[in-house]
Design a protein around this ligand. Structure first.
Ligand SMILES: Cc1cc2nc3c(=O)[nH]c(=O)nc-3n(C[C@H](O)[C@H](O)[C@H](O)COP(=O)(O)OP(=O)(O)OC[C@H]3O[C@@H](n4cnc5c(N)ncnc54)[C@H](O)[C@@H]3O)c2cc1C
Length: 342
């Protein structure tokens, strides 16, 4: 039996990533010609169960109660294990949220199965599921299967479209069954959430544009001055106007460790490249960045690439960018900000 597992959100609904994983799970089950069940965990997953009752599942199993509302290893793992056992699951798919990624290996161990994370594709060959994932920092894509069961798979966001669920012809509603579970002893008590204000959150995977800052923003400029404060204002104003996602070169995020002037809103999480992230925005704009291979390799999935650099002979000029503006980024971004403000 194929089991799709998800947590409900605090408002009782399923998140977009959960619906995408459901869509991918349905497609896999259909390709394999096997039935699938849904397992939902949450304070009161009844409404979510109702929303997806006609998606074609043979049944919807739930673990509910306030103890299972919050992200906590002990309760999440216990709930997932109970649902897998109740469904006699051989294939288990979950959305690759931080909550699921944390417990998946532990649940596989409890069930005597195997887990694979960061799955970016699912297919059926000779009646067996085949999964795709990237290796070696997304340089090689592997396609493989396993004979061990249960096989637990964490599906990356975006591998199937939510519409694949919402546009499906309604099937007969799946019966909902509660799996009664005594919450395990929990040492962890969630007392609340602390999150940065929306404006401080600069990494935005859903943004239209990736805006990359390089070390040039902190270097001596034509007048012999370092202008870090001005750079910070220009960059933050640009982000505020465009709601872009902020990426950086390694050199710029490393400067802090060398005791040099730095942009306080950048961390290693913003780093794009071989030893950083590989974002997937439709468009990218690099500023004050040289465009060396270890950085630009992280731009592999960026649709249209533009760069602003003073150096007409930089890496971007040598085939890394679609368009290179040989210009002073301080001037260009100040002008763009003025146009956006007006
Ligand atoms: C094993 C390894 C892994 C690495 N991994 C990564 C990685 O994951 N990500 C990464 O980014 N790097 C990585 N690097 C480092 C990479 O090779 C480069 O050193 C780094 O990307 C350079 O950063 P930069 O372009 O910001 O700085 P610089 O090379 O110092 O370039 C600054 C640029 O800014 C320009 N500039 C200055 N002022 C202005 C202005 N006013 N207007 C316009 N342009 C201006 C200059 O002309 C220059 O081209 C790695 C290196 C190694 C060896």
């Amino acid at each position: 039996m194929h089991l799709y597992l998800a947590h409900t959100e605090p408002d009782g609904t399923l998140a977009k990533s959960a619906l995408e994983a459901l869509a991918a799970s349905i497609q896999l089950a259909e390709s394999l010609g096997t039935p699938f069940s849904v397992g939902l965990i949450g304070d009161d997953p009844g409404a979510a169960a109702n929303d997806i009752a006609t998606c074609g599942a043979v049944k919807v199993l739930t673990v509910s109660g306030a103890d299972f509302a919050q992200a906590r290893y002990a309760t999440d793992a216990a709930a997932a294990e109970a649902l897998c056992r109740a469904a006699a699951a051989t294939i288990v798919t979950v959305p690759a949220t931080s909550r699921w990624n944390r417990v998946l290996a532990g649940v596989a161990h409890r069930l005597g199965g195997r887990a694979d994370t960061h799955v970016t594709g699912l297919a059926a060959t000779n009646g067996q599921p085949q999964v795709s994932r990237w290796f070696y920092r997304q340089r090689m894509e592997g396609v493989f299967t396993r004979s061990t069961r249960p096989w637990l798979l964490a599906l990356e966001g975006g591998i199937a479209h939510v519409a694949a669920v919402s546009n499906r012809p309604a099937q007969s509603p799946a019966p909902v069954e509660e799996v009664v579970l005594t919450p395990p002893a929990a040492r962890t008590r969630v007392t609340g959430f602390e999150a940065p204000a929306a404006d401080q959150q600069t990494i935005r995977p859903d943004a239209e544009l990736l805006f990359v800052t390089g070390a040039g923003w902190t270097k001596k400029q034509a007048d012999g001055q370092v202008k870090v404060a001005e750079a910070a204002t220009l960059i933050l104003d640009f982000l505020r106007h465009t709601r872009s996602s902020l990426g950086s070169t390694k050199s710029l995020v490393d400067l802090g460790g060398e005791g040099q002037s730095v942009l306080p809103f950048l961390s290693h999480l913003n780093q794009v490249g071989q030893t950083g992230s590989t974002p997937r925005h439709a468009r990218g704009l690099a500023t004050c960045c040289h465009g060396e291979e270890p950085h630009t390799v992280g731009w592999r999935f960026i649709g249209e690439r533009r760069a602003i650099s003073l150096d007409a002979n930089c890496g971007w000029a040598r085939g890394k960018a679609d368009i290179l503006y040989v210009a002073d980024a301080f001037d260009v971004i100040a002008r763009i900000n003025a146009l956006l403000a007006g």
